[in-house]
Design a protein. Sequence first.
Lengths: 327, 327, 322, 322
Amino acid sequence: MALSIDQKKSLMTNLIRAEEFNRMMYRRMMQGKLIGFYHPAEGAIAPGVAASTFLNQDDNLSPHHRGHGITHMLSKGIDIKYYLAEHTGKVTGCCEGRSAFHFSFPEHKVYMMSGFIGYNFAPAVGWGFAAKQRQKGQVVMNCSGDGSYGQGRAHEALLMAQNWKLPIIFFCENNGMSIFSTAMEMHPKPDISSLAEGFGMPSAIVDGQNVFEVAEACLEAIARARAGDGPTFIEAKTLRFNEHDIGTPDLSGWEERSEQEHAEMRAREPVAIATKIALEEGWLTQPDIEHMREAALREITDVEAFADESEIARPPVEELMQGVFAP
Amino acid sequence: MALSIDQKKSLMTNLIRAEEFNRMMYRRMMQGKLIGFYHPAEGAIAPGVAASTFLNQDDNLSPHHRGHGITHMLSKGIDIKYYLAEHTGKVTGCCEGRSAFHFSFPEHKVYMMSGFIGYNFAPAVGWGFAAKQRQKGQVVMNCSGDGSYGQGRAHEALLMAQNWKLPIIFFCENNGMSIFSTAMEMHPKPDISSLAEGFGMPSAIVDGQNVFEVAEACLEAIARARAGDGPTFIEAKTLRFNEHDIGTPDLSGWEERSEQEHAEMRAREPVAIATKIALEEGWLTQPDIEHMREAALREITDVEAFADESEIARPPVEELMQGVFAP
Amino acid sequence: MRTITLTDAIREAIEEEMRVDSSVFVVGQDVRGAIFPHTKGLVEEFGTDRVVDTPIAESGMYGVAFGAAQEGMRPIVDFMFGGFSYVTFSECSVTTGQYHFLHGSQHALPIVITAGVGTGQRLANDHAMSIHGTFAHHPGIKVAMPSTPYDAKGMFKAAIRDNNPVVIPWHMGIMMLKGEVPDIGDDYIVPLGVADVKRVGSDVTVLANSLQLQHALSVAEKLAPEISVEVIDPRSFVPFDMETLLTSLEKTNRLVIVDEDWESGGFAATVSARVVEQGFDLLDAPILRVTLPNMPVPGGYMEEYVAPNPERIEAAIREVCL
Amino acid sequence: MRTITLTDAIREAIEEEMRVDSSVFVVGQDVRGAIFPHTKGLVEEFGTDRVVDTPIAESGMYGVAFGAAQEGMRPIVDFMFGGFSYVTFSECSVTTGQYHFLHGSQHALPIVITAGVGTGQRLANDHAMSIHGTFAHHPGIKVAMPSTPYDAKGMFKAAIRDNNPVVIPWHMGIMMLKGEVPDIGDDYIVPLGVADVKRVGSDVTVLANSLQLQHALSVAEKLAPEISVEVIDPRSFVPFDMETLLTSLEKTNRLVIVDEDWESGGFAATVSARVVEQGFDLLDAPILRVTLPNMPVPGGYMEEYVAPNPERIEAAIREVCL
Ligand SMILES: Cc1ncc(C[n+]2csc(CCOP(=O)(O)OP(=O)(O)O)c2C)c(N)n1
Ligand SMILES: Cc1ncc(C[n+]2csc(CCOP(=O)(O)OP(=O)(O)O)c2C)c(N)n1
Ligand SMILES: [Mg+2]
Ligand SMILES: [Mg+2]
């Protein structure tokens, strides 16, 4: 589905925000200013931005854990400061500082990121089930990595979504790796989307480094889902520039990933690719892009200030006990 | 793979045994002479016979629960009297009367039938893994119903078997039903074996009412597995003449299955089909077939006598406690 | 009042709540055709959008409930046999129990989880396991089990109206148990977290639930000439009504806990430990537990004497009353 | 004797057993590259046939272990974080625990299940859960957890040589704890089912394991001038060494159980209930438990005071010694 210039600009804006937010998270983790772990998104920011920028507030989004879903959430219009505060253990966090790296923005229909890989699939069936019954054209954008498709839960969700023609997009961000393992070794065919064939589900494979190409496929799948024509499988081929999570070695199998692999990867940098397209097509100038980056950096300054100035969450156990059950 | 006359005769013998054993189980359940429940195999006896008759003793077999695996086990050369004794709660049972409808014949590499549908898949990966490492050409015959492929465990096993080229045959006995639900409603494509495509696994669809046709496909898959060429998916289209298990109504969805459905099914009776072929091809006469049936009935008389004459298993709790852990 | 069976009482609760609240629905396997009587006929009244069969895919099936609950619906998910909840146990326990609390207690997750449980069918471990104790181990989930048709209807209604995940299995050994239930139209609930003194006594307290409650009551009746047994039905395991139990112990000073779950890690152990912590001085005798021994539940004829039964309950009562 | 870390001790146990028994192998996710140090370097020595990475498919991964064990191999299955064992929990608990017994005790199932567990990483519930209590609830599975490098090496060796499924997690809070371990070549095992008096005392017995054992020992040291604390490490939960505990109670008559698991349904409750049943007359004070409160384990800064810690252990000791 062809993109308008406004749409392209939105994608560009979010892509730059995503890049800067990821840098900020990486830096803070290294500075000891984040709780738990962080799975850096460098090189892999385009798919989440493309999948999430054109969702409505009342569409469901399950962000991928890469970059801790920030690329997705900021594109959907969620204010990241509440998540950063959460990730810093603060009272102002979106989960009151209880959840470490988890998040929840129910009003945006971003309910959670499970610590268990593949735990997006089954709830997505439930969201799709509810959306279908409601008949308001809502869709479910269900993002996760190539590795998550090892989980049998993926099969159950693909099966049920296709049986019931649910408005779900199975959005696979295939960076070719899960921790140290390669998709080449862990999946028998070159594409994860081969699975869709088994269910007769339409699928598309796109260049995950090109935010516009991914977005076009997403818009098409979203339109299909909104029209009641059922699920789509989209596989965005992307890359993981860094180690799996900060502190873990950067192995392939059990050996360091090669310099050559790194060099080849870094030649496919998503912001550089998008910038080139924007400048060539002429709907942005270099100064426009610099303004976008400045705006992103200002936003991040505010987000960090909010998190850093908030108090550490240390409620007494008795108070916590009150929150175990809903009234 | 073309069958020899000897092979066809073995199949015919086992088919008739399977039919009579299933009748016996049905009768005993109605007489209150079986413990727990029984899932009758009438109409569905050919696939198990075809899948199991040509296995070696050191091949793994996971029998389908339909007919409680008897059609499979008797074809693999297992003496059913120990299972009947088990199913009757006797000390001579294969599990010392502890297991109700479960069974275990480790020396025949039939380890168990889980009460959880789809729990054959993951262990089968382990058997295949062991067989592959041993390099003796052993194969794993992994039988289960169409319904079991709903389970995510099926996906995980297909994935890993294909990744590692394990010698496993995924043998789907598709009777079009799981309890009251139809495969038409519960799977998005006409064939369950569509799943194999997603993994690039070779597959075959055969007429499950024709024991010879199924056996040919099995021999081919077994040969492929023994040669180290990896797994095969075989889908045998079969039928369930009776209710799901004795005592449960015979519904499709929430309505009685129609007389027409029953009439059409019963026109596809596996022993009648095999008999017609045998007589037409001329390698058996009607008296031969009657002798086979008489032999089967004699065998069953002995099996029942063994079970009925054995003592009820009622060991003291202290004795049972000794069996919880292996020495 | 009418006399109906336990499973009919459950069905009435489901039906009535479905009528008044269109967000309530049932999801499971073969719930339309109804493997057990408590979902029989629902599909005719409410249609396939609200009485939903899934493939044999417990995680996906539970996902329908979980996701729909996040979307504001009120699912009742039926696992058929309790053991099948284990097929997707991480979702039922960890993911479910942590959802509300971990995310800042901002979003409720109203799910009712039900299934038939218990010994008596001679089906062995995987079809005979109890699940209440395992769920009660995992925080954020309410756990209850009815012992009478009256309680069944009232507790299922309470569970469906609760804003939390509630695991409420029913025992197959009492599925046809009949009892008095208020007339249709007389709406009532039995609140979760309130125990019930099912028989008043003064020498010893027996805590028992479901099929085991029936056993305890029959033993109490039998022993009445000799020993006055107070029988308490906890009804809920989470939240647990400690007050009713301690009040009884003030009178009897003796406790037998009957629980159709394993000795190791079962709920009976938790009750015993709590009583010791909170009511040590009330005890004139050791607390005894009548539970499943620590072996997989055997099928066949052994089930009868391996599971708790009246003989074992009587023996325990006599022992603490020595 | 040398001084090595807990995870190095585990690796030595695995390495040495793999060298002497070719049926031993490791299966997990990213065990070749080694997320945690205890599998580091194994693939170089033993190759990819015996150090096996699978897709993120816990049921399939566990199936490799389960099926291979039925085939006579001796798998060690590594779940990375303990919580991930829940992803295939029905297989680990029900199917595994029932296999040997239910089928007539004719066929052994030697599987070692391990994973990192416990609080201290601020990762919240799904990455911080304990699993020993849940597994101890399910019969047919041995459950143990080491507290020192010496025990870790010896217990892992015992587990690998055991003919039963053994769940033996290790606590991430002591993964770098150093301790003395016999020299390479000095083969030894620490048998499962034998508790260890880690500190002798006379006023009160504290039962604690793993990270909590370290806490208990430091509290005992601190209180030494006032209260003489005996600290017992159960080491195994199933089988549990009741004798060592009761012997200690004959002397101290007071018991505090520290357990990094929830109050409801955790193993501490089982121990308390058993002591009440078997040693009621030994008790001069209520048994107190120091456990996780019944809430999903929060991440962030709360973890520190929600989990058992030295302050809470000290308070409990003082309370039973009043
Ligand atoms: C059930 C489960 N198993 C294993 C893990 C450990 N783990 C965390 S991230 C990850 C890899 C995920 O790979 P993929 O889905 O491709 O996403 P990527 O990290 O590559 O973006 C694994 C194995 C987990 N969190 N949950
Ligand atoms: C995990 C699990 N879910 C549900 C069931 C209940 N159940 C028993 S048999 C069956 C249907 C199986 O269908 P299929 O695999 O097609 O085999 P068939 O009975 O048709 O031969 C179901 C749902 C079960 N035993 N285990
Ligand atoms: Mg990946
Ligand atoms: Mg079927």
